[in-house]
Design a protein around this ligand. Structure first.
Ligand code: SF4
Length: 89
């Protein structure tokens, strides 16, 4: 089975911008279905167990999450630093 070399994990739909071209349909309202910190960490750990690929934290704007640095720390630990934060900031 071919394993992915790169996975983009959309950790939020929140974004302070409202670009017409936004592929993620992001906006200031966000979503009530946004995953918790622990849910995101569990997903990152599960992906890493399956495949130590490059992981991209994206959204929306991932820095809108208060826990973004915690997710980065966890992601860097389980993915052996193969983590990219994709942000407009
Ligand atoms: S996520 Fe990117 S493209 Fe979408 S609204 Fe925000 S800045 Fe614009």
């Amino acid at each position: 089975m071919n394993r992915p070399r790169l996975i983009a994990f959309e950790v939020t739909r929140r974004c302070r911008f409202n670009c017409r071209h936004c592929r993620a349909n992001a906006g200031t309202a966000g979503s009530e279905e946004e995953l918790s910190t622990e849910q995101c960490k569990r997903i990152l750990s599960s992906i890493a167990k399956f495949n130590k690929c490059v992981i991209i934290l994206t959204g929306g704007e991932p820095t809108e999450r208060d826990d973004v640095y915690e997710l980065i720390r966890h992601g860097r630990a389980v993915f052996c630093h193969n983590l990219i934060l994709l942000t407009r900031l």
